[in-house]
Write a protein that binds this ligand. Structure first.
Ligand SMILES: Nc1ncnc2c1ncn2[C@@H]1O[C@H](COP(=O)(O)OP(=O)(O)OP(=O)(O)O)[C@@H](O)[C@H]1O
Length: 347
């Protein structure tokens, strides 16, 4: 449905050149909800704006629904954009128009008659739960209601793709939840393909099927959400995950952590379990079989779509040989182990 092939985007020139996107390849099949995450300035907005050519890529090809967007004439591009709705962080509603008239705007621009417009807008008001607000103005609405109007407006021209540019970033967590619920509902009911960019892992966890991680203009991960949350492949992916899970060693322990293993130290490890490992009593088995003591400092279990993810920060207490055996044992049971550092025994 959406294909980005070798997309690069450069802003400025000479010493001011910014490589906002570099050789990005991405395929989003029809009916999927795809999230793109990344740090501020990574290139997320540029990426999403390249899909409907609000930004024209410097090189590469963008196809949506079988159409090569980069090859279209201005008129044909305008028409193709009717099939691609977009919503924004700050809603972008016209303050002088009522809710009804905001939703009607794209249809007016398409030259539809008043009766066609009414027939189209009324079910959309129903879909987004704003029938009773039809004659109100944006200033009279909450942030969540404004975003509902923006969603209805984006759907007015019957698009088959919806682009969401940080659509929930200006909303409180509860309202975010209700907007995500609405997007999920629309995705199911209308079979709409949704591409969203966000810096919030919660958003990805809640509604995305697949996620891409972008860093300095490059796509560094692209995975099903369950896989990304259970086994991110890059350091940045792990940092996003750790921020989301908020599983860091206690502060006083961080201060005592040394990167080097000494003769009288033991390792502090972060363990990530998924699949069968979550429901297996591995830690007690580990203690018995490798004769190490395991001191659990923090632990958490998360459900991500159909997967369960367990996380733990623990100290492994034993002789150097015993702790090596323990780590080999854990690895052989498909746990991911990250050694956070070493602390002095009896410290
Ligand atoms: N019109 C522009 N002219 C020059 N540089 C730009 C322009 N738009 C974006 N950039 C630069 O391109 C890079 C990517 O920006 P972009 O807005 O796509 O990132 P982002 O991941 O969406 O960031 P944020 O989360 O902060 O919105 C940044 O270095 C930014 O400064």
């Amino acid at each position: 449905m959406i294909y980005l092939e070798n997309i690069s985007k450069t802003y400025g020139a000479g010493a001011n050149t910014v490589h906002a996107l570099q050789n990005v390849n991405l395929h989003i099949p029809q009916g999927r909800i795809h999230g793109v995450i990344g740090l501020s300035g990574a290139g997320k907005s540029t990426l999403i704006r390249c899909v409907n050519l609000l930004e024209r890529p410097s090189t590469g090809k963008v196809s949506v629904d079988g159409q090569d967007m980069t090859a279209l004439s201005p008129q044909a591009l305008n028409k193709a954009r009717h099939r691609i709705g977009m919503i924004f962080q700050h809603f972008n509603l016209l303050t002088t128009r009522t809710v009804f008239d905001n939703i009607a705007l794209p249809l007016e621009l398409m030259g539809e008659t008043r009766s066609t417009i009414r027939q189209r807008v009324e079910p959309l008001l129903e879909l987004v739960g704003l029938v009773d607000k039809a004659n109100q103005y944006p200033a009279q609405l909450s942030g969540g209601q404004k975003q509902r109007v923006a969603i209805a407006r984006a759907l007015a021209s019957k698009p088959n793709v919806l682009l969401c540019d940080e659509a929930t970033s200006a909303l409180d967590p509860q309202t975010t939840g209700s907007i995500l619920e609405l997007l999920r509902d629309i995705n199911k009911k209308l079979g709409l393909t949704i591409l969203l960019i966000t810096h919030e892992m919660d958003v990805v966890k809640s509604i995305c099927h697949r996620v891409s991680l972008i860093s300095d203009g490059e796509l560094v991960e692209d995975a099903e959400v369950g896989d990304f949350f259970t086994a991110p492949r890059t350091q940045l992916g792990r940092e996003f995950l750790n921020d989301f899970l908020q599983l860091e060693p206690p502060k006083e322990l961080i201060e005592r952590l040394s990167p080097d293993a000494g003769t009288n130290t033991h390792p502090v490890v972060r363990l990530t379990f998924s699949g069968d490992a979550v429901s297996t009593p591995l830690i007690s088995k580990l203690a018995r079989e490798c004769e190490v003591d395991v001191s659990i400092l923090q632990a958490k279990v998360e459900s991500i779509q159909d997967r369960t993810l367990g996380l733990m920060i623990a100290e492994l207490l034993g002789t150097p040989q015993q702790t090596r055996d323990a780590m080999a044992y854990l690895e052989s049971h498909q746990l991911q182990i990250e050694v956070l550092g070493h602390v002095q025994r009896n410290a």
